[in-house]
Ligand binder design. Structure first.
Ligand SMILES: CC(C)(COP(=O)(O)OP(=O)(O)OC[C@H]1O[C@@H](n2cnc3c(N)ncnc32)[C@H](O)[C@@H]1OP(=O)(O)O)[C@@H](O)C(=O)NCCC(=O)NCCS
Length: 164
C-alpha cells in the first residue's frame, strides 16, 4: 500500500459557539468540544485510510481555558503516527473571541483510530511519508505514546475479561 503524506489528510474546522452548545453559564460544554475533536479526527482518519474507521481511544484531555458563547473555535487535525491498522491523530484547539479577535489556547489531544474491514476486524492502513525533521520527530513521539497506550489497553482489557 502506497505511503501518504500527512498533508493529504490535514483538516481544519471552525465552529461558532451557539446556545445549544453551552451550559447555564454560557460556556461551551466539554462534551460538545470532545464531539468536535472526534469529528475532525474522523475526517483525518477517513482521508488517510479510505477505510471504515472507529475511535479506539482518546488520550487524556486537559481543558486549559474556557470557551464562551459567541467564540469561534478553531480545530486542526493532523496524523502523526501509524501502525499496521491504527492512526494517531493530533487535534489542536484554540478559541477566538468574536468581537475582539483575542485568541486562547484550549487543548491538544491525541486520538487513536483503528481501520476495520467488512467483518469489523482491524485492517491495514497506508504508511506515513516522513519528509521533514518535524515529521520524524512527531512519528517518534507518536511511537512513544503508542507504547504507553498499549499498556493502558492491556489494563482496560483485563476489565473486559472480568465483566460478566
Ligand atoms: C477498535 C477495535 C476494532 C479493535 O479490535 P481488536 O480486535 O481488539 O484489535 P486488535 O487487538 O487486533 O488490535 C489491532 C490494533 O489496534 C489497537 N487497538 C485495539 N483496540 C484499541 C483501542 N481501543 N484504542 C487504541 N488502539 C487500539 C491495538 O493496539 C493494535 O495496534 P497495533 O497495530 O499498534 O498493535 C475494537 O475494539 C472495537 O470495535 N472497539 C469499539 C470501537 C468503537 O465503537 N468506537 C466508537 C466509540 S464507542
Amino acid at each position: 500500500m502506497e505511503k501518504k503524506s500527512w498533508k493529504e489528510s490535514y483538516t481544519e474546522l471552525q465552529r461558532l459557539v451557539l446556545p445549544p452548545d453551552t451550559n447555564i453559564f454560557n460556556d461551551l460544554y466539554g462534551g460538545r468540544l470532545v464531539e468536535w475533536i472526534d469529528n475532525v479526527a474522523a475526517i483525518v482518519a477517513a482521508k488517510h485510510s479510505r477505510r471504515r474507521t472507529v475511535t479506539g481511544s482518546i488520550d487524556s484531555l486537559f481543558f486549559l481555558s474556557p470557551i464562551h458563547m459567541g467564540d469561534i473555535v478553531h480545530l486542526t487535525g493532523r496524523i502523526n503516527y501509524v501502525t499496521r491498522s491504527t492512526m494517531e491523530i493530533e487535534v489542536d484547539v484554540y478559541s477566538e473571541e468574536g468581537l475582539t479577535g483575542e485568541k486562547s489556547f484550549t487543548t491538544t489531544c491525541f486520538l487513536t483510530y483503528v481501520a476495520i474491514n467488512q467483518d469489523s476486524k482491524p485492517t491495514e492502513v497506508p504508511g506515513l511519508v516522513l519528509e521533514t525533521d518535524d515529521d520524524i520527530q512527531r512519528f517518534k513521539q507518536g511511537e512513544a505514546r503508542s507504547l504507553v497506550r498499549h499498556q493502558n489497553l492491556l489494563e482496560a482489557k483485563k476489565k473486559l475479561e472480568n465483566f460478566k
